[in-house]
Design a protein around this ligand. Structure first.
Ligand SMILES: [Zn+2]
Length: 300
């Protein structure tokens, strides 16, 4: 079939052959069977040396680059190697790494699109999941960092994203400098753990050269980057301001109730924050009541 011939020419895997392809219209998928070339020995995934075959596992599906809206899946029953050095291990296959179900060809493809579109849009466009896009970006970023010099990092930003149904988190650390915006780390963990690994990765001399950090988790950063200045983006400034106003309001409300005044501070946060021209008539009256008390919250 032409497709398998084309794949052999563009994505040749030593020791393996494409031997069949079929179109499943119902699922809009092209399935391609891969099998070891006759007489080829499986490679141990631990020591990367060839060994004798032990047995064959269930068929596994690997996502390949999609073809005009059709998902392309490679199907392979992986062998296990009886390795002299490592014992019985699953073989290494040239199109995938570890337990990833995305192929090595597909991960950079997805990661590249994830730079142009949001991760959600990337997943939707290529009919895969957000988690797979995350895996692809993580793999590409890790690989990229192994192969290049980090250089001085003057400024970096941190974002924590919650995803999935449970409490799953991913933390992104990226360099944010004029002319250099790049992802430095993608960690499927909470911010604190990510920091420990990130600072370990860049090392103390680079940490000390950091000048600016955009993050709301300042304490662990201040410890590692003693010369850095904390910058907050607009979202975090507003969040911190709301928190400060709420704290002062609660404090004052308690004081007013204790002193026998009417609890005018309840539900007043928006009145304190609204612009004069946007306030309704009723809100203006209540704000005047509030101002009479000369509270710290009005100044906060
Ligand atoms: Zn081995």
């Amino acid at each position: 079939m032409l497709l398998t011939r084309l794949l052999s020419a563009c994505h040749h895997f030593p020791g393996f052959v494409y031997y069949g392809a079929r179109l499943c219209e119902a699922t809009q998928t092209v399935e391609i069977d891969v099998r070891p070339r006759k007489g080829s020995k499986p490679i141990c995934s631990c020591c990367n040396k060839p060994g004798s075959g032990y047995d064959t596992l269930h068929e596994r599906r690997f996502e390949f680059i999609p073809l005009r809206g059709f998902a392309v899946i490679l199907l392979d029953s992986m062998r296990r190697v009886d390795c002299r050095q490592c014992g019985v291990k699953v073989e290494a296959v040239p199109w995938a790494v570890g337990k990833h179900t995305l192929t090595k060809a597909y991960m950079p493809f997805l990661a590249q699109w994830a730079r142009k579109l949001s991760w959600k849009e990337t997943a939707r466009s290529f009919r895969t999941s957000w988690e797979r896009v995350l895996q692809a970006v993580e793999w590409v970023v890790d690989g990229g960092l192994h192969n290049r010099e980090l250089g001085t990092i003057r400024a970096f930003g941190v974002d924590e994203i919650q995803y999935g149904r449970g409490h799953q988190y991913v933390t992104l650390v990226y360099q944010i400098e004029a002319g250099c915006t790049r992802l430095l780390r993608v960690g499927q963990e909470r911010t604190k753990e990510c920091f420990t690994k990130f600072f370990g990765m860049i090392g103390k001399p680079l940490c000390e050269k950091v000048e600016f950090v955009r993050s709301d988790m300042w304490k662990p950063i201040a410890h590692h980057c003693p010369n850095a200045l904390n910058i907050l983006d607009r979202f975090h400034v507003v969040a911190k301001m709301n928190k400060a106003i709420d704290e002062v309001r609660a404090d004052e409300a308690w004081r007013m109730t204790r002193d026998g005044y009417e609890p005018v501070l309840k539900k007043s946060r928006w009145r304190l924050l609204k612009r004069r021209e946007n306030r309704t008539g009723k809100q203006r009256v209540r704000l005047r009541d509030l101002l009479q008390y000369n509270l710290r919250g009005v100044r906060a």
